[in-house]
Design a protein around this ligand. Structure first.
Ligand code: FEO
Length: 401
């Protein structure tokens, strides 16, 4: 038994949580994780002792200690890797070395990915419809390709009715309560929506297809155990509903005004635009990119029916921070948006047009042309901008009827 203060936490009669909380992670491949994260992993005690998923490599001593608080590592028979991204597989080679399992299961794409990352060979591929008997209970598998990597799958353990859903139904949140029903619901809603916007939005259609398919899978799911954030044992429809609503991206009377500014000209335009929008009954969020990172902006994009981006032109280009954010947002493919581009310039005015081109590439409808001013907006410019805000607000309200 490993000398450690870490213990496994019971999830159900035959399943233990053996993961790790990453309280202080603030950057998850470019996503600002203000409340940390967790890497959930599970130990199933059946005739075939099975570990489901691993943790980020630096947390592997913690995971091994948690397993060792229940059984000797040598007793592990099977490992199931639902997802090969390194936040769940980084510690897998160490786990395999420590436990010498009889078999490791992953999707076919997962087996290839684990081989490429770690040189792991001999992984048993599984697919939708396959199942593995653990003795008293059975684990069945469902491919969830691209949610959030090509290899992704989920596993269902019928003895305790648990869906191990890997990234799906997760959120980046480190919290000492293991169960969602012990957490602040407002924080769960906020972090789940941020997670969906920044991790799964690109595959929103696949996510909706999965949500539609779940009832037909014939699985009596009573616990949803994702690989990030709290586990769900009550009101499963709540997390499913949050996922469905976020993935649907229906137009709503909410607008994001995001801007960069050099000498406050674009900032003044942003404020005037917001005044017009608010005046037409639209809820507005203003984000200065100097203090809002790209994932915070994407979270607001996902929640908004109208997205307005403004920046100065610098060296014939849109301001670099705006280019970063638009590149990120476009990659996550927001849908059903009204867009608007604005900005300021001194020598030339390419920035606003470049922003408009990015909005067009996102498929955003732009009912108002780009609005730009030279150097500093006049009072007349600000009134024009406010009027554009009113018109855009009316257009958005009409969409939401
Ligand atoms: Fe939590 Fe796609 O990894």
């Amino acid at each position: 038994m490993t000398e450690s203060s870490f213990s496994a936490v019971p999830v159900s009669p035959n399943v233990w949580w053996v993961g790790a909380r990453d309280w202080n992670v603030r950057n998850f491949h470019g996503y600002e994780t203000n409340r940390g994260s967790s890497y959930n992993a599970f130990l199933v005690i059946d005739e075939k002792v099975t570990v489901i998923d691993a943790v980020k490599a630096p947390f592997m001593p913690e995971m091994l200690a948690r397993i060792s608080s229940v059984i000797d590592l040598a007793e592990v028979d099977y490992i199931i890797s639902n997802h090969a991204e390194p936040d769940h597989s980084g510690g897998l080679p160490e786990l395999i070395a420590a436990a010498s399992p009889e078999k490791v299961f992953a999707s076919a794409a997962g087996a290839k990915t684990l081989a490429a990352y770690y040189g792991l060979a001999g992984i048993t591929p599984v697919k939708t419809g396959d199942s593995v008997s653990l003795g008293k209970g059975t684990v069945s598998f469902v491919d969830t390709k691209m949610l959030h990597w090509p290899d992704s799958m989920v596993s269902f353990y019928d003895r305790d009715n648990i869906l191990f859903s890997q990234d799906a139904f997760g959120m980046h949140l480190a919290a000492s309560p293991m169960w969602a029903d012990e957490c602040d619901p407002a924080i769960l809603d906020c972090e789940a929506r941020k997670y969906i916007a920044n991790i799964l939005n690109l595959q929103a259609d696949r996510l909706i297809s999965l949500l539609d398919a779940i009832p037909g899978l014939g699985l009596d799911i009573r616990i949803i155990a994702p690989d990030h954030g709290p586990l769900w044992r009550r009101d499963l429809d709540r997390i499913i509903g949050i996922y469905r609503s976020a993935a649907g991206q229906k137009p709503c009377k909410r607008a994001l005004v995001a801007y960069s500014t050099m000498w406050h000209a674009t900032e003044k335009l942003a404020a005037a635009l917001a005044e017009g929008l608010i005046g037409s009954g639209i809820e507005v969020k203003i984000c200065d990119l100097e203090v809002n990172d790209r994932s915070a902006v994407m979270t607001e994009v996902a929640r908004s029916g109208l997205i307005a981006f403004g920046a100065p032109t610098m060296n014939n280009q849109m301001f670099p921070r705006m280019a970063d954010v638009l590149c990120y947002v476009k990659g996550l493919r927001p849908k059903n948006k009204i867009g608007f581009a604005f900005g300021s310039y001194g020598w030339s005015g390419e920035g606003g047009k470049q922003i408009a081109a990015e909005l067009e590439a996102m498929g955003a409808e732009q009912p108002e042309p780009v609005f730009q001013v030279k150097y500093m907006p006049s009072r007349d410019d600000l009134l024009k901008m406010k009027d554009i805000g009113r018109k855009l607000g009316a257009a958005l309200a009409a969409r939401c009827e």
